[in-house]
Design a protein around this ligand. Structure first.
Ligand SMILES: *Cc1c(COP(=O)(O)O)cnc(C)c1O
Length: 455
């Protein structure tokens, strides 16, 4: 793959992509960038001196299981699942045909339906908050690993947590996951919201006793300011979406449940039955955690593809930088503006952890226009009766990206094309069950108008 030298105002960088892809990327047209570093046997990844271990994923999964009875006490909406943070994998035969696939080929991992948080942020966010609660309680002699967790809901623990702050920077959904869980345990919860964050998400958080600080800047700025404020409080824990291991571990734990659901649905993953998984991508933490977990659990025939808005392809950019060690440029360096209706994905600069973890694991990054997101949102409702948010529709744009020249070349180069008729495609629907009806109706109407104009 050729390497193109590039400069932004701060530093020069080289991008590994052909000129056609770069031109389309800069023109905010949909592209598929295939990762030249992909390996069937990925090397170990280390960041900040610590390798990413499979055992951390297992531990996060076990932690969420241990906490299930407590979560069921804290949140009435979790009683039905007995506190388990789980969402169904379901077939989408009508949408499959709409997308040109066979009816049995398209499946949806319905993280939009994850209770309490309403998005893929649930597992990662909850894992980090409860892990922090355990740590604080242990430091103060209230709890020991292995002993009954129930004391963490008792008045003494609440009193302790009330002196501590949990803070996070967010475009919306991470704030909901972290803020709601932290406040439920009695922490002072602070969410630094970037300019994209929807009003209803802020209102919902305030209702739950979370302090919402509104920033006029983008996601990277909200995170930087949140981090600086939290650093000034010795009793604050800042959930760092750009490098947090605990978030990553929680996200990756999804793979363990997913593998069980695949099996229950009769879906095999092997060389003759490749599995494509398309995950909407913002800063990269959630999709990287999931993709990393899937690779551990299901092996090299699961092919992860990240989908980003055409104006916010930060992980594509981070992955395409030739020098893996250098700083990641932001999307503004390409002349893009990071403006998108997909608020969950409006991130200008990738997570270092995500880029490092995905270096040899991710198959490709694709981009999608806002118009297409709204159209897919509408079509999913029409064909499957499901309501999701625009960000979550990004994965549905994935299967068609395989038809691009870059996609076809990759499929042929890997010998995957021979097995395409037996492949399954999973679009990860990452958020939306909490979107207010009025707001959803607006997305739906816009998607309907876009669809009508194309006929
Ligand atoms: C946050 C989010 C994503 C992507 O997760 P990142 O960790 O930001 O990459 C995808 N979809 C929705 C709905 C989200 O809220």
């Amino acid at each position: 793959m050729p390497s193109i030298d590039f400069k932004d105002s701060n530093h020069p960088f080289a991008l590994q992509m052909d000129t056609g892809t770069l031109t389309a990327l800069r023109a905010a047209e949909p592209v598929l960038w295939v990762n030249p570093h992909w390996q069937a046997q990925a090397d170990e990844v280390a960041l900040d001196g610590a390798t990413i271990e499979r055992s951390a994923m297992d531990a996060a999964h076990q932690r969420l299981q241990r906490w299930a009875p407590l979560l069921a006490q804290l949140f009435p909406e979790l009683q039905e699942s007995q506190g388990h943070i789980a969402a169904p994998l379901r077939a989408a035969p009508a949408m499959a045909q709409h997308l040109g696939l066979e009816p049995h080929q398209l499946w949806l991992q319905c993280d939009h339906a994850l209770p309490v948080a309403g998005s893929i942020k649930a597992r990662g966010g909850f894992n980090e908050v409860v892990e922090h609660a355990e740590r604080v309680a242990q430091q103060h002699g209230l709890w020991q690993p292995g002993s009954d967790l129930q004391v963490l809901l008792a008045p003494a623990a609440r009193k302790l947590f009330a002196q501590h702050e949990v803070a996070v920077g967010s475009t919306g959904n991470l704030g909901m996951s972290i803020g709601i869980m932290a406040a439920a345990l009695g922490f002072q919860a602070t969410v630094h919201m970037s300019v994209e964050a929807k009003e209803w998400k802020k209102a919902r958080l305030r209702q739950r006793g979370v302090q919402v600080i509104e920033h006029t800047g983008d996601y990277a700025q909200a995170v930087a300011q949140g981090r600086a404020q939290a650093n000034a409080n010795p009793l604050a824990h800042f959930v760092d979406d750009e490098r947090s291991r605990s978030l990553f571990d929680g996200y990756s734990a999804a793979a363990l449940d997913f593998a069980v659901q695949l099996q229950a649905s009769g879906i095999t993953v092997d060389v003759e039955h490749p599995l494509f998984v398309y995950i909407p991508c913002g800063v990269g933490g959630a999709p990287a955690g999931v993709a990393w977990g899937l690779r551990q659990v299901l092996g090299p025939h699961v092919h992860a593809v990240f989908m980003e808005p055409v104006q916010s392809p930060c992980v594509l950019l981070g992955m395409a930088v030739a020098d893996a060690e250098g700083p990641h440029p932001d999307v503004y360096a390409l002349g893009l503006n990071n403006q998108t209706e997909a608020d969950g994905l409006a991130v200008p600069q990738a997570s270092e952890l995500a880029v490092a973890a995905m270096r040899q694991v991710l198959v490709a990054c694709g981009t999608v226009t806002d118009a297409r997101l709204l159209e897919l949102l509408y079509q999913l409702d029409v064909h499957e009766g499901m309501c999701i948010e625009p960000s979550a529709a990004a994965g549905l744009a994935g299967p068609q990206m395989l038809q691009t020249t870059a996609g076809q070349q990759w499929l042929q180069g890997q010998g995957v094309d021979a097995h395409l008729s037996q492949a399954h495609h999973v679009a990860w629907t990452t958020g939306g069950s909490l979107v207010p009806a009025e707001q959803y109706a607006e997305f739906y109407a816009r998607g309907q108008a876009i669809s009508a104009a194309q006929r």
